[in-house]
Write a protein of this length. Structure first.
Lengths: 442, 478
């Protein structure tokens, strides 16, 4: 029975079996013990035609709610220019594998080199890798890097203002990798330097992970952090939303040793959480301890500029059981996505995205405060596109559900009983006003 | 493929732009305090839209993909990536879904996960799957965490060792190390299978488990798998299945029935999703019911794993259905054995017999070496020529329009050349590849310099990798 993905005719199969010297396809499995063969038919769906597959997915898609998104919390509904899906769908990019054969992978190697350069520009650090799975895993890898560099010290401080998913993933890795995590609770919506210093004073801290814009949307002032942390020979890791790095002080400017974060905000679709792309950049001193693939520039025999995977002695396939990271595949195509996004947007476009989103968020917050239904827990703190409020006279969950019914995904409850809002350049003023009206209607 | 030398930064000109945004309808917010603002704008390129499009098209033309030609990269399963899969994952009702939406609003997405869970459990004989891991190695790490969590839950804290065969993928020992486990290597026999006698003394109550691929990285079925499973289970250990080599098992053998307790699949290998130049992948982890009790303790990615990849794999499963599953496995094995039989008179086959989806040659039988010199190029002066290596064969294949096989892996052989054709390649494609491989073997025998200097007509010749590592240039701006 022919299938469009399987080109074998009966005659082909016969001729190949004859050449091999066996009678049937089953004979190719003669060495498989009877005891582990599958008995009976597989309980799987009937094979569908392409038309039926399309219909099946259309039906599934229709079951999902289509709401106007006013929530971020690590996944941001920014606009994706049309060019990006067209280019990333090119067969030569999407159907290639890791650029092991560099002579016929210069396309992949070049865009990764561009991506690394762009990440260095955004973060203000010296060296970036070819990408990580997502922001939270990039933070977990940074955590393991801290303890690998510090050698005997096994404790890492996590700011309580990091996104919950960052904390959860880091805690999972830490438990099995033998890292002790201490969460430093937020004070006034930010990471308290004095509490960090008190922990550092114990002398066993390998690294400290803090966000540059935190889960309350607040832009953190990290003055004094690097100094205090470096005095204890620990590393400062700054977790960032790279879109915001066009306007806020960079990890490099805060004198961070490692910058990590979630690249999704650079034009990637929300896609229910993935595929996204984590990024990592480090100071040059730590380059040879960085996990993941790295592309470097060199020349071919004719002296033409050429690009190769380099510094491979760091990687799992060489180090095997001595490895401190096991990452192999990364998120290459999503790194291409980010590279094209940043090429299109340029410095002014990215600033403009921040300007519209920030203005929209500030407008929304003012309007929501005007309803008299909220308290502002952090009135003095600077924020960009995201903020939290405390609902008065209505539970966070009830407010969220009420807004859902009005067509909005907004007011996501936090662990403190606040609700989180986010505005991107995709939200119009009219849409924002309707959200405020819906809040009032309850 | 043609050489193209630009980087996007070199197309930049101040004042150009490649985007358009709606006018800002909101009142201006208060500016960020200077102490929190970036001091200088990032040096991002300023390029028009058509220039961006042309640049990346030009870059793509220096790349080789599955859609270009045969990509026989062993252990990577470079099968055809169906195009309908790309369309369905981009539907706005999936691509626009925020990951923190409550499940009551995402029944379509939840159904995809539930259906995929059911299908993968049936295909593998596992109880349930988690879809959080974003790649194969990520799945391995997750699986090993679940293994350790299982023992810890039982108060069995002394189990800190994991047994890994010497032929294993590099990620296996690396994942174990990252998971805080001590790696113990078990040797292979002459016939490429695990030495069960050498395994026995390694097994005791300090063993958390054992990681295996089956078929192994030589493409050979571990015929003593049931004994191995009984031995590992006998000392209270768990058996982990590295699903990188699952393709030939489809429709015939299930890891669960072989005695495996935990496994990962690479959806970007076995289930046809594109490799994307090195990701995004997806590495769902399957497990037995007793292992699944540990799932709530483990969170390895931000949200729900790579949903876009999972959608593609689901479309593939719907296309293959129960009817064609067995053909996928069988044809992958058929193709590999066919190539092996047609080339083993010219390439060293270290282990005879039927393979599964891939096999390993140990270099050329006649590498064309002329005794008297180890220096390439010295042949012209009559002083001898070194033989053509596996690297040389790989580079020469590029000249003939093929991607190279996996080379120098597994580490059991010095000149390993690992070939995996996959089931989506026709007999004509395999025959053409065989002809080229034979031609290359004859070229090597006559004049290995042709191979030493290959590729001759790729966009670039062999680059200087030593300088790249010694004086790293890793970004455009200094």
């Amino acid at each position: 029975m022919a299938h469009p993905y399987l080109p074998h005719t009966e005659a082909d199969i016969r001729a190949m079996l004859d050449r091999i010297g066996v009678k049937t396809l089953d004979d190719l499995y003669a060495d498989v013990p009877e005891g582990c063969r599958k008995k009976g038919a597989y309980a799987l769906p009937d094979a569908l035609s392409e038309q039926e597959i399309r219909a099946r997915f259309a039906a599934l898609e229709a079951e999902n709610a289509r709401l106007s998104v006013f929530v971020g919390q690590g996944a941001y509904d920014h606009y994706t220019p049309s060019v990006i899906p067209y280019l990333t769908q090119r067969s030569e990019f999407i159907t290639a594998y890791t650029p092991y054969q560099c002579e016929i992978s210069q396309g992949t190697l070049r865009y990764i080199f561009e991506y690394q350069s762009l990440i260095c520009e955004l973060t203000g650090l010296d060296v970036a890798n070819a990408s990580m799975y997502d922001g939270p895993t990039a933070a977990a890898e940074a955590m393991m890097m801290c303890t690998a560099i510090a050698r005997k010290k096994t404790r890492v401080l996590l700011s309580g203002t990091l996104l919950p998913q960052v904390r959860k993933v880091a805690e999972t890795y830490a438990r099995f990798h033998g890292v002790d995590i201490t969460v430093v609770p937020a004070e006034g919506g930010v990471t308290p330097l004095t509490a960090v210093q008190a922990e550092l004073a114990k002398g066993d801290v390998a690294g400290v992970i803090v966000p540059s814009v935190n889960r309350f949307g607040i832009v953190e002032d990290l003055s004094g952090f690097a100094e205090a942390i470096h005095a204890e020979k620990a590393l400062l890791v700054v977790y960032s939303d790279p879109s915001a790095l066009a306007v806020v002080k960079t990890p490099g400017e805060w004198d961070a040793d490692i910058a990590v974060g979630e690249g999704q905000s650079l034009g990637l679709p929300l896609s229910y959480g993935g595929p996204y792309v984590g990024f990592m950049a480090v100071k040059k001193d730590h380059m040879r301890k960085m996990p993941g693939r790295i592309v470097g520039q060199t020349a071919d025999k004719e002296g033409r500029r050429a690009f190769v995977l380099t510094l491979q002695a760091r990687e799992q396939h060489i180090k095997r059981e001595k490895a401190t990271s096991n990452i192999c595949s990364n998120e290459s195509l999503m790194a291409l996505w980010v590279t094209i996004y940043l090429s299109l947007m340029g410095p002014e476009g990215l600033r403009e995205v921040n300007r519209i989103s920030t203005d929209g968020a500030h407008y929304l917050k003012t309007q929501l405060m005007g309803t008299g239904r909220f308290e502002d827990p952090f009135p003095e703190k600077p924020f960009l596109k995201e903020f939290v409020l405390k609902p008065v006279g209505e539970s966070p969950a009830a407010l969220q559900e009420r807004l859902e019914k009005a067509g909005f995904f907004a007011a996501l409850p936090t662990e403190e009983g606040y609700v989180s809002f986010c505005v991107t350049e995709k939200r119009t003023k009219e849409e924002t006003d309707r959200l405020v009206a819906a809040v009032k209607e309850g | 493929m043609k050489y193209y030398d630009k980087l996007i930064f070199e197309l930049s000109k101040e004042g150009r732009k490649g985007y358009s945004l709606p006018a800002n309808a909101f009142p201006a917010a208060e500016a960020l305090p200077t102490g929190l603002s970036r001091s200088a704008a990032p040096r991002l390129p300023e390029v028009s839209e058509p220039e961006v499009v042309r640049h990346y098209n030009n870059l793509s033309q220096m790349n080789f993909g599955v859609d270009t030609g045969l990509y026989p990269l062993g252990s990577c399963t470079m099968k055809y990536n169906p195009k309908i899969n790309e369309e369905v994952c981009a539907l706005p009702g999936f691509a626009g879904l925020h990951p923190l939406l409550p499940e009551r609003l995402t029944p379509g997405a939840c159904e995809v996960y539930a259906e995929m869970n059911k299908a993968l459990a049936e295909i593998t004989g596992m109880h349930t799957f988690t879809f959080d891991p974003c790649a194969g190695a990520h799945g391995e790490l997750t699986g090993l965490m679940l293994m350790r969590a299982y023992h810890m839950r039982r108060g069995d804290t002394a189990r800190t060792r994991v047994i890994v065969p010497d032929s294993a993928h590099g990620t296996n020992p690396a994942s174990a190390a990252v998971c805080g486990l001590e790696v113990v290597e078990v040797k292979s026999l002459e016939n490429g299978r695990i030495d069960v006698e050498a395994l026995k003394p390694l097994l005791d109550e300090t063993v958390a488990g054992m990681m295996m691929t089956n078929p192994n990285t030589l493409g050979l079925f571990e015929t003593q798998i049931l004994e191995i499973a009984a031995l590992v289970h006998g000392v209270g250990g768990l058996l982990y299945y590295d699903g990188a080599n699952m393709n030939p098992m489809l429709g015939v053998v299930r890891p669960g029935d072989m005695g495996f307790d935990i496994m990962h699949l690479n959806l970007h290998k076995t289930f046809s999703t594109p490799h994307g130049g090195g990701g995004p992948g997806s590495g769902p982890v399957g497990m037995t019911a007793k292992v699944a009790e540990g799932l709530p303790e483990i969170k390895v990615s931000g949200f729900h794993g790579n949903f876009g990849v999972i959608l593609r794999a689901y479309a593939y499963i719907l296309s293959i259905g129960w009817e064609h599953l067995r053909e996928v496995g069988q044809y992958s094995v058929l193709g590999a054995n066919y190539i092996k039989e047609c080339l083993k008179d010219l390439y060293k086959l270290p282990i005879e017999g039927v393979c599964k989806h891939e096999f390993v040659f140990d270099g050329l039988i006649n590498d064309g070496a002329v005794p008297g010199s180890e220096v390439p190029g010295a042949g012209a002066s009559g002083a001898g020529v070194p033989g053509a290596t596996t690297l040389d064969v790989a580079k020469r294949l590029l000249d003939y329009g093929y991607h190279a096989p996996t080379i120098y892996f597994p580490l059991l052989f010095h000149q390993a050349l690992m070939i995996e054709p996959t089931e989506t390649e026709s007999k004509e494609t395999l025959d053409a590849f065989i002809d080229v491989m034979r031609k290359i073997a004859l070229e090597a025998a006559e004049d290995p310099m042709i191979l030493h200097e290959a590729p001759h007509n790729a966009p670039i010749s062999r680059p200087d990798e030593t300088t790249a590592a010694r004086n790293p240039v890793l970004k455009y701006w200094d």
